[in-house]
Design a protein around this ligand. Sequence first.
Ligand code: TRP
Length: 333
Amino acid sequence: MTKRILTGDRPTGPLHLGHYVGSLRNRVRLQEEYDTHILIADLQALTDNFEHPEKLSHNVHEVALDYLAVGLSPERVKIVVQSMVPELAELTVYFMNLVTVATLERNPTVKEEIKQRHFGKRVPVGFWAYPISQAADIAIFKAHLVPVGEDQLPMIEQTREIVRRFNTLYGEVLVEPEALIGEVARLPGTDGSLKMSKSLGNCIYLGDPPEVLRKRVMSMFTDPTRIHATDPGHVEGNPVFTYHDAFNPDTAEVDELKQRYREGRVGDVEVKQRLYEALERFLAPIRETRAAYAAKPEQVREIIMEGTRRGRETAQATMKEVRAAMKLDYLRA
Ligand code: TRP
């Protein structure tokens, strides 16, 4: 049996370089080897956007374009829209019995997100409980592997706990998944903050045109202790070099720049200029593929519909087993 991958993204906007190093790169690399399903998690995005659900449809299309642009093959990969698989809602309800309030309240990623969103005491239950629905996303596809960014590790751990609990109570139906983190665990924002994030406005998007890319790279945060190009500079923890390491395949160039930087023999402008060139080499073909698909929205829609149809079949098959294991199929044939 081919092993399966399930992962996904909230359609809250176009995807950026952080998504690429964290997860997209692994998805592209493994798509031949694994039966891959990628979920556009519009219901998860809704937990945070329920007052403006109209925002979602545009973003669903944008995220699908990003998937196709980075080289996920529509022949191999099933792109699945979460809201069109109602079986996910059913499994989420069953899973709610298998998680305690205390466990949910300990989830560090959700805690952090609640803080960022200034919910205060008014956290919507849908948002607070989304790790349960994410566990259903993974479990319904019986995924073995979940390529994700580092911030998603608590979700995978939660899923593993729920799956173990389910299997112990009802029988071995579900698969305990493993997380797979990108080689570059976390890409800092262009402003040097810990993480690239839309809300911080510190992202480079996969679809950014060259002029935007140049502007974002040239205004990047570097070594704050370095004032003149002749001062010895720090390479470790310097976002410009983190990006070079992640995206510049010319390691000889990167090593040489690092050495000169440490010795105070190169200015930030040159290091950034080289980074811009490397990123442009990386992004140009992605941008081109993206534009080609963007010109054919009907074809993209069909790819999503077909992926969703096939994904739903898998979900339905799992739910049959789930109901039987839970003895909930009394009135069904
Ligand atoms: N939580 C993920 C994000 O913030 C999106 C997501 C939803 C997901 N369901 C998933 C990721 C299942 C991995 C597996 O982008």
